[in-house]
Structures are given as C-alpha cells and as structure tokens.
Write a protein that binds this ligand. Sequence first.
Ligand code: NAD
Ligand code: DAU
Length: 343
Amino acid sequence: RLRRVQLLVTGGMGFIGVNFVRSTLAARPDVRVTVLDKMTYAANADSLDGADPSAAGDTDSRVRLVVGDVADAAVVDPLVAEADVVVHFAAESHNDNSLRDPSPFVQTNLVGTFTLLEAIRRHGTRYHHISTDEVYGDLELDDPGRFTPDTPYNPSSPYSATKAGSDLLVRAWVRSFRVQATISNCSNNYGPYQHVEKFIPRQITNVLAGLRPKLYGAGQNVRDWIHVDDHNDAVWTIIERGRIGETYLIGADGESDNLTVLRTVLELMGQPADAFDHVTDRAGHDLRYAIDASKLRQELGWTPKYADLRSGLARTIEWYRDNRTWWEAGKAGIEQRYAQGGQ
Ligand code: NAD
Ligand code: DAU
C-alpha cells in the first residue's frame, strides 16, 4: 500500500471523481488530494462538503480544489510536478451532449489527456487513466460474448470516439516515452452524486419532482451496471497492484436492460409499472455493453462488494430523496434541454 501519497485527481468534482475523493479521504488517512476541475455544468460545488472526516474546518483539510482546465499546460504542469499519483477522471461524459455539440469532447477528452500526458512525461509521475467500455462499441443483444482487453476498438458516438482516442494516446506514451501508466475501462456506474442528466438519476429525480420518467425507444438496450464504490475500489487496486502499461476492464456482472432498471426504480418508489413515457431514441444508440472482468479479478484479486443492483438502487433512491438541495437547482434546465430534442 502506498503511504503519504499526494494525489492529483482531475474531474474530482464530477460524479465518479468526487466519490473517489470522498472514499479515499475516509479510508486513507495518509493521502492528501488536489482536485483539478474546470467546474463545467457537470460539477457541483457542494459535492465535497464534509469530504475530509479528519478536518475540523477548511484550513486543515486534506483536500484542495484548483479550478482550472486539464487542457491548460500552465495549470497542469506544476500540479503534476508535486503529485505522486495522477488519476484522470476529467472528461465530457454524456453521449447525448456529444451528439448535440461534439466540440468540447474533442477539446477536453483528447487535448486535455494529451496535455496531462506531456506533463506526466516531463515529471515521471505515476498515472492512472479512467476510461469506458464504450470504446469497444456495442454487442448484439443475443451475442453470448463480452468485452475483454483484446476486443478491437470500435466506438460509436463522438463521446466514445474521443475516449478511445485518449486511451490510444496513453498507450502510445507508454510505448514511446515509457510513462508509468495504467488504463481502466469500466461499465455504467450508478450511485450518489451522479448528474441528473444520466439515466438512473434522471428517472429517480423525475419521480421526486412529479415528472414522468423517460425511456428511449423500447428500453431493450442493455447496460452492465456497477456501483461507483466498486469502480473506485478497483481503481485503487490497479494503482497499487496493476502492471504498468496494462489495460484492466472493470465490471460487476450487472447486465440489465433499461426497461427492467426503470421498472425496478418505479417499484422501489411506489409507482405503477407503466408510469413512464417512451421518448425519441438516441441516434446511433449502442445496443449492449458487457464486461468480462476476469483479468482484474484473477490477476489483482479484486471483487465487487455490491452484488445486487436492486439494493444498490434502493440506497441510491434514498440518497436523492435525502439530498434534494444537491440536485434541485439544475433539474429544470436539464429537462428543458431534453424536451427540445423530444426526449
Ligand atoms: P461527470 O460528467 O460527472 O464529471 C466530469 C467532471 O470533469 C466534472 O466535474 C467536470 O467539471 C470536469 N471537467 C470537464 N471538463 C474538464 C476540463 N477541461 N478540465 C478539468 N475538469 C473538467 O463524469 P463521470 O460520470 O464522473 O465520469 C468520470 C470519468 O469516468 C470520465 O472520464 C468518464 O469517461 C469515465 N467513465 C464514466 C462512466 C459512467 O458510467 N459515468 C463509466 C466508465 C467510465
Ligand atoms: O458504459 C459506460 C458509460 O456509461 C460511460 O462511459 C458514460 O460516461 C456514461 O454516461 C454512461 O453512458 P450511457 O450512454 O450508457 O449512459 P446514460 O445514463 O446516458 O444512458 C443509459 C441508458 O439509458 C442508455 O441506453 C440510454 C438510456 N436512457 C438514457 C436517458 C438519459 C433512457 O432510456 N432514458 C433517459 O432519459
């Protein structure tokens, strides 16, 4: 286990990043964290409240926020210079947004990763790159196969294409410049602090706000759900025990179609099974993602703690119920944007 580590976490005010920072500070007293975040629409300034359980006030907190752009070398370089480990979560992350305007995806996901890698190369810092299973494209609904680290890259959307490109930059920097990097590609995360634009929080907060949930198409598309804490445990496992230059797939055998997930949310929230609208499908909508995580499980001994999507969803619903002030302000604007596209 690494001791007295200075971490740089990019995108640490977004969904997965802030859960990573919070669980790290809670479990690892010797870790200090600098968060670099541009505070885009996807960030929520309240997410770090009370994140350091050992701090009496802001002054002695082990976490510090630097507001800045990962594509800005002048900001990035000194932060990388002082870090022992860099974990790169920052990204434009939403497929629907990438269909409306791909430009920030190219800038942040490609130019941002390039900028970070150049600083990593200069300073020889340990780097972990967070990526997605979407780089592999999609599987047919009746395909018995799952994604493995050998599956060819075949991304569908502007979002997944820029994430695929960022992964390839990392691989090239490992081979050409011997940077000390690992990569993980994870399936769909759910849990607290997820933006209300995403599928599960959108439906939960629609019910809480008195709106009808919205299902794209027939809801047959399959996603491989994993609780965000399991993802972040796996990230720490790879940072500590992963082999440099390797790619690890992270997943928890959580395949479910969207209609089933929505019906579970409705049932857990005491709603009738048909209390939702079918809306315009996503253009180019990937059918199915499925992860074979045996390399991570067998080589590094990782196992997920949340075996059951239903109980994880129940806890997530409770969190959105208990934290209305966290999500309420941004909700109407997001729904307005969806309504403009018939979604
Ligand atoms: P998110 O959209 O909730 O958060 C992204 C964060 O990055 C925000 O705080 C935002 O302000 C910040 N950011 C955006 N552009 C930036 C820039 N140019 N400079 C600095 N900060 C910037 O995303 P998320 O769902 O937490 O995803 C985090 C990472 O995990 C992404 O790399 C994503 O591709 C990957 N991932 C997500 C999932 C998932 O299910 N959400 C699954 C696998 C992988
Ligand atoms: O697989 C990992 C990826 O998971 C990450 O790389 C992405 O950052 C993350 O956003 C997520 O991508 P998806 O496109 O799968 O997630 P999203 O929450 O947008 O949608 C999940 C499924 O639900 C998808 O099939 C589309 C559908 N959907 C989505 C919304 C927002 C609906 O049916 N209704 C909705 O309102």
